[in-house]
Design a binder for this molecule. Sequence first.
Ligand code: HEC
Length: 287
Amino acid sequence: MIKKLIGAVALMLTCTTAAFAAEGGFPLDKAPYRVNDMASLQNGAKLFVNYCLNCHSASSMRYNKLKDIGLTDQQIKESLLFTGEKVGDMMTIAMSPKDAKKWFGTTPPDLSVIARAKSVNAGPSGADYIYTYLRTFYRDTSRATGWNNLVFPAVGMPHALWEMQGPRELTTIAMHEVEAKDAKEGAPKTWERVTTVYDAQGFSTVKAEPVADYRGHATFDAKFKAANPAQVATYDNDVADLTAFMSWMAEPVQTLRVRIGVGVMLFLLLFFLVTWRLNASYWKHVR
Ligand code: HEC
């Protein structure tokens, strides 16, 4: 009985790890944790409203909820609201889903809880996914939007923050097995290294070379080269703020939840000490 139970748990664990590995082809960078940093959240909110709400909505979010991250009604009105919105309004957009479909081939998802949604299928942290996704866009002339992405290949979204990030060149190196046309049964596999360079305009040059005696497995490696690395560092910092904002938005009470959790644990510890001593003193005379 116990053995069966252990077996079932082990099976469940292997299934979940397999699911993680299946979605994440490209390794995710760790997003800096800034959900408890008001200045970061405010900067993130500003970027979100200015650059993302044109296409995406965040319909479970109201502008006046931003008071929780330290903004006043006045600040919200002056720097975040455009034509005709009120502070009590929800973060919706004017673009219709039909137009979106026509322009991008797909509807931009509502971003209210994207950080949580992504944490369900893209590994432990949705924040890591968003942080990496927003930093791995590259120009690719073969795409209708002119953009492609390393963690979301053939993505329908153009790079909304490209001016902030500045021009970059991308080099990818893929090691993959090739099917030889007249390979005999049991013949050793042949491998090829494909190096693709996308220049800052998105034009690509591909170089494929056979690799003799390769004993590893298929690999994929990508490296960006920025025209201005300092600008990219600033960009990464801004994206960290934006990511923090999106993960706060997905769960605004998360810091409170952690504080309550710690409080409950402390209470239980104290309670345990009291019951333990009480138990000892009750039984003192019985023995
Ligand atoms: C020009 C319109 C447009 C803008 C501006 C835009 N997006 Fe998108 N976004 C899209 C579309 C379209 C998709 C759907 C892509 C697809 O499914 O291929 C998308 C998808 C996404 C996804 C989901 C990716 C996934 O893995 O499912 C995230 C996260 C996202 N956008 C974040 C942002 C953020 C953050 C901003 C602001 C910096 C932003 N977007 C600005 C059009 C836009």
